[in-house]
Design a protein around this ligand. Structure first.
Ligand SMILES: CC(C)(COP(=O)(O)OP(=O)(O)OC[C@H]1O[C@@H](n2cnc3c(N)ncnc32)[C@H](O)[C@@H]1OP(=O)(O)O)[C@@H](O)C(=O)NCCC(=O)NCCS
Length: 189
C-alpha cells in the first residue's frame, strides 16, 4: 500500500521498481560516485568528486534539461529503498537509436538479479514507450557480471575494442552490446 513517503514509480517489476530521479537522491549518488570500484567497473577512471561537483552534473539531468536523457532511480521492493540508477540516453534521433547505462550503487545489492530485472524493464520502456529501435551500451571485459546481466536481459555482444579501457591499472577491452526492438519484443511478448 503506497504511503505519502512512497516515491513516484514509473515501472514496476517483481524485485525492483523504477521512478524519476529527484534531488533527495543526490547524497546517495555522490556516495556511489566516490566508490572507486563502482566507478572503474563503469568504465571510467576514478577521481574523488565533492558533493558540489556531483550535484552540478546531476541537477540538470534531474531537471530534464538534457534532451533525450531518460533517467530513473532503481528502488528495491517492497520497501522502496534506492539501490541504483539507470538511464536511456540520446533518444529521439531520426535513427531511433539510444544508449543504455545502469549502476547498482549499493554493492551489497549486486548479484541478486536486480540489475537484470531493471534492464529488462527499461528495454520494454525504450521499445514500447520511447519508440527506440536499437539500443546499445558499452562495458568492460573486466566486468563479467555486467556482461552476464545484460546478456540475460536481452543484449548481445557485437564487438570488442581491444585495450580501449583501463581497469585497476591494466588495459582491458571495451565490450559493445546491442538489443534490437523487433527481436527482443518477439522473445518477450
Ligand atoms: C552491472 C550491474 C548493473 C549488474 O547488476 P546486478 O544486479 O549485479 O546483476 P544481476 O545479479 O542481475 O546479474 C549478474 C550476473 O552476473 C553473474 N556474475 C556475477 N559475478 C560474476 C563473475 N565474476 N563472473 C561471471 N559472472 C558473474 C551472476 O551470476 C549473474 O548472472 P546469472 O543471473 O546468469 O547467474 C551491477 O553489478 C553494477 O552496477 N555494478 C557496478 C557498476 C557497474 O558495473 N556498472 C555497469 C557498467 S557498464
Amino acid at each position: 500500500m503506497p504511503t505519502a513517503s512512497t516515491p513516484s514509480i514509473t515501472l514496476r517489476g517483481d524485485s525492483v521498481a523504477l521512478g524519476p530521479l529527484h534531488p533527495g537522491l543526490l547524497p546517495l549518488i555522490a556516495r556511489w560516485e566516490n566508490d572507486p570500484l563502482t566507478v572503474e567497473l563503469g568504465g571510467a577512471s576514478f577521481t574523488p568528486r565533492p558533493r558540489e561537483c556531483v550535484d552540478a552534473d546531476w541537477q540538470p539531468l534531474i531537471a530534464g534539461e538534457r534532451p533525450g536523457w531518460h533517467g530513473f532511480a532503481i528502488y528495491l521492493l517492497p520497501d522502496f529503498r534506492p539501490i541504483g540508477h539507470a538511464n536511456i540516453r540520446d533518444v529521439g534521433t531520426e535513427h531511433r537509436t539510444a544508449e543504455f547505462g545502469i549502476t547498482i550503487g549499493d554493492a551489497a545489492m549486486r548479484g541478486r538479479g536486480h540489475g537484470t530485472e531493471a534492464t529488462r524493464l527499461l528495454l520494454r520502456h525504450a521499445f514500447t514507450t520511447l519508440g527506440v529501435h536499437n539500443i546499445w551500451l558499452d562495458t568492460i571485459s573486466a566486468n563479467p557480471a555486467a556482461i552476464a546481466a545484460y546478456r540475460r536481459a536481452g543484449f548481445r555482444e557485437i564487438a570488442r575494442v581491444r585495450s580501449a579501457r583501463r581497469f585497476a591499472g591494466d588495459p582491458v577491452d571495451m565490450v559493445l552490446m546491442e538489443c534490437l526492438a523487433p527481436e527482443w519484443l518477439a522473445e518477450n511478448p
